[in-house]
Design a protein around this ligand. Structure first.
Ligand code: NBP
Length: 496
């Protein structure tokens, strides 16, 4: 009987899948659960899902037979071969108009390929970033679906009810909306993860400036500063958990953070973002620096040897106004964060051109307001900026952010100067300020770079408007025989 059929199926009964099923069940949807190792289906039904409306399946055929049409199946399995294997099995038994949704951490080129392959068979495919880990999956994640547009009306209600909710002007708003075309859901999730790397590194730099090398504060004192910051412009999940981490002591009363080896791991999504930024020629410097900061942290043995032979500045106790400096640091962190998100949006803008997506810019920030690691009050301001001006060229052109950066600038510069003098590395805070200074410069020294390129490689240059003459003609690729020894043949122009 059709009334017994389920609303959605889910494959993958590990931590994410089980929790998302229970979440969907709580929201009133009937879910069919399936897993490659089918004993996990029985164990799930007998334990975590006991007493719920969740039903199980022991084969793909059984799973599909238990679903309302158009059938919707979410995959929450390890990214890569497992996703392709289930897509093959599902597409063999699904019918035209049925929908496969990949909720794992797939790389977006795979989602672009999968959408094309499935649409060719008359099926619909959605690649949806799901963020928030176990807790998010259970009680409301941030979900970023993109792909076959015809799938969205069919899955919208389930996705938006299952997602995290944040208060909006007209009641609760879901942290889930349609991102855009094929591959864009996983692309936006990738940029989210890159931004997460940046946010984390910026916080780590602020912590470093406040500890031994800077103000010499204890983890508990630094935690108190973060608790205060969490009531202002920096109000966010990452600032909140950082204060909790800094207050946490081991059994002997020593702060746990001081016992943790200073080598950071990474799973690759920050690296993917940085690689894509290089591919698209977009200056996403802050995320790049955040990835490299983890790489530098990983060479602990080499750093230890270097620390013995490479001197830095003598430690000089901070003698200035401590509270003023802490306020400056809050502004430096805020301004750097604005730059990071501005760069992230620049990257998404270029990707949208490259992949022909119409990205939902306001919706993307809105989706990140809750349920995920980068959730923050600040994202509400980004949402407003794009709601006001949907084709905003750069976040830094929005009046709110223009004013915020202007206010933050003096303190930001003092912090970068102080950290540089004291020898405290600030790869992201410093890169953010350098980007800002470059971005707001009509003139940068690339004229000299072009001259160098032309000198050694005859790579040519264009004349600066207003400086044309008989030798330097507007619009032409000009080569100068700088030494009198070279010829007049220029190299072909290309942009790598
Ligand atoms: P895992 O990433 O640990 O994957 C476990 C699932 O993949 C199990 O259902 C397992 O089946 C299945 N699987 C594997 Br492994 N290899 C398979 C294969 N060759 N064929 C078929 N099935 C296979 O689970 P997770 O941590 O719940 O994450 C699920 C997805 O969500 C991943 O893409 C992950 O990157 C993403 N994600 C995770 C988090 C998080 O916090 N964990 C957060 C956000 C996104 P089996 O039981 O038969 O071995």
């Amino acid at each position: 009987m059709s009334s017994d059929l389920a609303d959605i199926g889910l494959i993958g009964l590990a931590v994410m899948g089980q929790n998302l099923i229970l979440n969907m069940n709580d929201k009133g949807f009937k879910v069919v659960a399936y897993n490659r190792t089918t004993s996990k289906v029985d164990a799930f039904l007998a334990n975590e899902a006991k007493g719920t409306n969740v039903v199980g399946a022991h084969s793909i055929k059984e799973l599909v037979s238990k679903l309302k049409t158009p059938r919707k199946v979410v995959l929450l399995v390890q990214a890569g071969a497992a996703v392709d294997s289930f897509i093959d099995q599902l597409s063999a038994v699904m019918e035209k108009g049925d929908i496969i949704i990949d909720g794992g951490n797939s790389h977006y080129p795979d989602s672009i390929r999968r959408t094309a392959e499935l649409e060719a068979k008359g099926l619909l495919f959605v690649g949806s970033g799901v963020s928030g880990g176990e807790e998010g999956a259970r009680y409301g994640p941030s979900m970023m679906p993109g792909g076959s547009a015809a799938a969205w009306p069919e899955i919208k209600e389930i996705f938006q009810k299952t997602a995290a909710q944040v208060p909006g002007p007209n009641g609760d708003e879901p942290c889930c909306d349609w991102v855009g075309g094929t591959g864009s859901g996983h692309y936006v999730k990738m940029v989210h993860n890159g931004i997460e790397y940046g946010d984390m590194q910026l916080i780590a730099e602020a912590y470093d400036i406040l500890q031994v090398r800077g103000l010499d504060l204890s983890p508990s004192e630094i935690a108190d500063i973060f608790i205060k910051w969490n009531t202002g412009v920096l109000d966010s999940f990452l600032i909140q958990i950082t204060s909790e981490i800094l207050k946490y002591n081991d059994d002997d009363g020593v702060p746990m953070v001081q016992k943790i080896l200073d080598k950071a791991g990474q799973k690759g999504t920050g690296k993917w973002t940085a690689i894509n930024a290089l591919d698209l020629g977009t200056p996403v410097t802050l995320i790049g620096e955040a990835v490299f900061a983890r790489c530098l942290s990983a060479i602990k043995d080499e750093r230890t040897r270097a620390s013995k032979v490479l001197p830095g500045p003598e430690k000089v106790p901070f003698t200035g106004d401590k509270q003023q400096f802490i306020d400056d640091l809050e502004q430096a962190l805020y301004a750097s964060k604005i730059i990071s998100y501005a760069q992230g949006y620049m990257l998404m803008r270029e990707a949208a051109k490259e992949y022909k997506w119409e990205l939902n810019n306001a919706g993307i920030a809105a989706m990140w307001r809750g349920g995920c690691i980068i959730k923050s009050v600040f994202l509400g301001d980004i949402t407003k900026a794009f709601q006001k001006t949907p084709d905003l060229e750069n976040l830094l052109f929005d009046d709110f952010f223009k004013a915020a950066i202007a206010k933050a600038q003096p303190g930001w510069r003092r912090v970068v100067a102080q950290a540089t003098i004291s020898g405290t590395p600030i790869p992201c805070t410093g890169a953010a300020l350098s980007f800002f200074d470059g971005y707001r410069s009509e003139t940068v020294p690339a004229n000299l770079l072009q001259a160098q390129r032309d000198y050694f490689g005859a790579h040519t240059f264009k004349v600066l408007p207003g400086k044309e003459n008989a030798r330097l003609k507007a619009g032409e690729d000009i080569h100068v025989n700088w030494t009198g020894r070279g010829g007049n043949i220029s190299a072909s122009t290309y942009n790598a």
